[in-house]
Design a protein around this ligand. Sequence first.
Ligand SMILES: *Cc1c(COP(=O)(O)O)cnc(C)c1O
Length: 362
Amino acid sequence: MTSLADLPIRDDLRGREPYGAPQRSVRIALNVNENTHGVPDDVAQDIVAAIAEAVRTIHRYPDREFTVLRERLAGYLGHGVSADQVWAGNGSNEVIQQVLQAFGGPGRSVLGFPPTYSMHSILAAGTGTRWIDGRRDAEFELSAETVVAEIERTRPDLVFLCGPNNPTGTPLGLDVIEAAYAATDGMVFVDAAYAEFMPTDEDNALTLLPGRERLLVSRTMSKAFAFAGARVGYLAADPAVADALRLVRLPYHLSALTQAAAIAALGHADELLAGVDEIKEQRDRIVAELPGLGYSPWRSSANFVLFGGVADPARTWAELLDREVLVRNLGIPGTLRVSAGTEVETTEFLAALASLGDGAGA
Ligand SMILES: *Cc1c(COP(=O)(O)O)cnc(C)c1O
């Protein structure tokens, strides 16, 4: 037995922390923004049948170009996106990694705007891309002026925007994306993992793709689609971007089973997305009810809420866990983040928080 510190690991990885959302089995798990609605029986049966069929030819490598899946994803996205504009991976995390492998790497930099999705900087580190912290406006908002100023200050090779932003829930205006694109010659990557939870479709970044060959918009089946365990994420961009990602992807990176499961699931998009409206209602309910309990939530266009006024986040996190409610402590002082669950789960979360009484809220 040895320790990590004793191995000849890359110098730039020394002392780094891996992604580490605690995985606990609890009754009310509202910590990683999953869709808690689960998969309906008939959809599950269809997925199993599709996988069973794929197993019959599992002695062969899968379609390296995942042609049918790309067609189905393009059809789902709409907005004129064609199959050759779509690229997919084992979760959008893999897609992000491929983007950094192709357009980042040693000697290159990526500008992001913390607090944001922790995997963006972790994947930058793994690919040897220098991560630059950009500044946000008050209340975690991000204006076009601020984004442009930060791009001009830091001259990055890539700009990472996250809209709606995780962990703050902040929406991302199309004007911000347009301004970022105009301010750089580099790649502009929009992580739209929570796009389906936005109040309306009018801020859909996909509408900006025509004529912008350096713009990438990524989405995932992990959240709105209730498909986190299957690991399917994807992006839409100019077809040339897919050619770039072909240079770095592993051959046959999407298994035949993953492709079959995702294609079957997309055939039931309406059913799988049925929970989205209720989740949005529960999100809005959390935002509406937290002030009455002494906490201050930020506005959210995603399926979770970041709230402040938590005197001791580590203690409140542990006390909620004692009540079988798991939320997320991201280390942002005075805050915790909770995913909107079913109505019952949300009620239990709010009741558990209320039961902590005075002294938890500031
Ligand atoms: C959850 C999340 C993802 C999803 O990652 P997958 O690998 O597709 O499961 C991507 N981006 C952000 C900002 C997220 O919060």
